[in-house]
Design a protein around this ligand. Sequence first.
Ligand SMILES: C[S@@+](CC[C@H](N)C(=O)[O-])C[C@H]1O[C@@H](n2cnc3c(N)ncnc32)[C@H](O)[C@@H]1O
Length: 258
Amino acid sequence: MTDGRGAELALNQALWAVMNERFTDAAADDMWARDEVAWGLFAVPERVLGVLGEVDGLDVVELACGTAYFSAWLARAGARTVAVDLSHEQLVTAQRLQRRVGPSFPLVQADAEQLPLTGGCYDLVVSEHGAAAWCDPERWLPEAARLLRPAGRLVFLTNSHLSAMCVPAEDGVAGEQLLRGQREAYELAWPGGGVEFHPSHGDWVRLLRAAGFVVEAMHEIYAPPDADDHAFYEIVSQRWATRWPAEELWVASLPRAD
Ligand SMILES: C[S@@+](CC[C@H](N)C(=O)[O-])C[C@H]1O[C@@H](n2cnc3c(N)ncnc32)[C@H](O)[C@@H]1O
């Protein structure tokens, strides 16, 4: 890598080694043990959103999988999953959970902007608070498109653009004021380390189309009224997220081959 992106990746890798220590195995255990697919900070069930459809028999790649609980849920539903993450520490936890809870599937340590996977071999690329926030969209979206078969789908969840403008730079959850401009949120270097990407909706549509995708839907995810604050990720409170969407779930697909 010849530009400053290499240094940003190193920063993010160091940050996720620390986060891995804080997100204990107990928390990862809970996530792995869940018996249904759910999305995001407030665990909105897939059966409510219905974005994935039937995954049984699909070839799936999860990008920036963290401890890989999302891949575990899809594997249990019959998908052939490959889970990719940059962080050795996160994948070690995933491996431990594979042994303790199961099932097992391939774990690959790699940068989602430059994947050592064969192109055109997957039906679905997913990412839950992964590549969309942590990778440069001009790099990871073309990689996702390369991996997919014709008519393959990309489904990713990320922080809402609004929350990215309202979260304080230092500690604390999103408040009710915009703390930065819309264009400043595109790439954010946090004082505590870590570089994130939060493109606006217009940017996402442009970037997805440039990578060859057709945008099918963008679901704005609010917290259910009876949900609790998230125990680990202090981004938004449950109360905030019942008024404004905390997360965005994007669904895009490649055209069919003709
Ligand atoms: C919020 S976590 C993972 C999401 C997962 N669903 C979870 O909550 O555990 C974000 C992950 O992105 C990974 N990551 C950051 N930059 C990456 C990159 N360039 N390529 C692949 N993974 C990356 C980090 O190592 C971290 O495990």
